[in-house]
Design a protein around this ligand. Structure first.
Ligand SMILES: [Zn+2]
Length: 297
């Protein structure tokens, strides 16, 4: 599943290659990726045809292309989506779902939305050029200059949920997926089940710093691979895997303490952590209500 750094790489690539272009034609080859568009495949295509692309923006893992009529093309890559910028005459990929033909600045290039599993999708957001209303509830991501650190710290420390669950809560902070959450927690020496209210201000700030570092490192590597060509960006984060200390490293001991990484089930997925550097938190005492001894009859 693409995480924020991969999506940012896609955004940067689109910004470089399609801004200023006009959409000459739209081909919807499979209806599923445009299922969220109220206009259906025909309405989707009609709303985009002739529009100029004025930018490429992102909120968390959502991308949008602001258009010259104040609307936007909103995209989510889901589990396996790709947005590829292809030269004129490029062959269709096996799982090509939607194709935009561009004129003007893009010189006949195409944007291909390729998605094998089709959990992702595209839709036209009416009036969504500045910020699509469909995603207005999603918090900014930690790399966004508008991210409010103090607000994040305060909100985390008010919650009793485990800190990993909080990192994955899109209303608190967006764009932190399972892989980067595990890596950041490992670096911060924190177990994911530690309650937000059991963390100090300093610990939450420190964690945020690690989240930013992990994402920036991934971004730097993804950015390099993008420059190689036209194209880019895919659903895999394989290029960053070698730099990970926690995620997917089960049984592997790291120089930091020599203890093998452990894997546990987490929300239908897995969590990876070092049982020594990231001690399992003690169980929360049940508050009041339960009498220690049964009252006499
Ligand atoms: Zn360790």
């Amino acid at each position: 599943m693409p995480e924020l750094p991969e999506v940012e790489v896609v955004r940067a690539g689109l910004e470089r290659h399609v801004v200023g272009a006009r959409i000459r034609a739209v081909e919807v080859l499979h209806p599923r990726p445009v299922r969220r568009d109220p206009g259906g495949p025909e309405g989707f295509a009609a709303a985009l045809t002739g529009r100029r692309i004025d930018g490429a923006r992102r909120r968390g893992k959502y991308l949008w292309l602001p258009l010259d009529d104040g609307s936007a093309l909103l995209a989510h890559l889901g589990m396996s989506g790709q947005m590829l910028v292809q030269p004129p005459g490029a062959a269709a990929e096996r799982h090509l779902r939607v194709r935009l033909l561009l004129d003007g600045a893009a010189e006949g290039r195409h944007v291909h939305f390729v998605d094998q599993r089709m959990f992702g999708g595209l839709s036209v957001s009416v009036g969504g050029a500045e910020l699509p209303p469909e995603i207005a509830h999603i918090a900014r991501d930690p790399l966004d200059p508008g991210f409010d650190d103090d607000l994040f710290v305060a909100r985390v420390r008010r919650r009793t949920s485990g800190v990993k669950r909080l990192l994955l809560d899109q209303g608190l902070v967006s764009g932190v997926g399972n892989i980067y959450a595990d890596e950041s927690l490992w670096r911060a020496h924190l177990h994911g089940e530690r309650g937000g209210d059991r963390l100090t201000t300093r610990q939450v700030r420190d964690l945020l710093t690690h989240v930013r570092e992990v994402m920036s490192e991934a971004l730097a590597q993804g950015g390099t691979s993008f420059d190689a060509l036209y194209v880019n960006v895919n659903g895999e984060s394989g290029y960053f895997d070698r730099a990970l200390h926690a995620y997917g490293q089960e049984g592997r001991p790291w120089a930091r303490c020599g203890t093998p990484i452990r894997r546990v089930a987490f929300m239908n997925r897995s969590s990876f952590f070092c049982p020594r550097c990231q001690p399992v938190p003690r169980r929360r005492r049940t508050s009041g209500a339960v009498p220690r001894t049964m009252p006499p009859d």
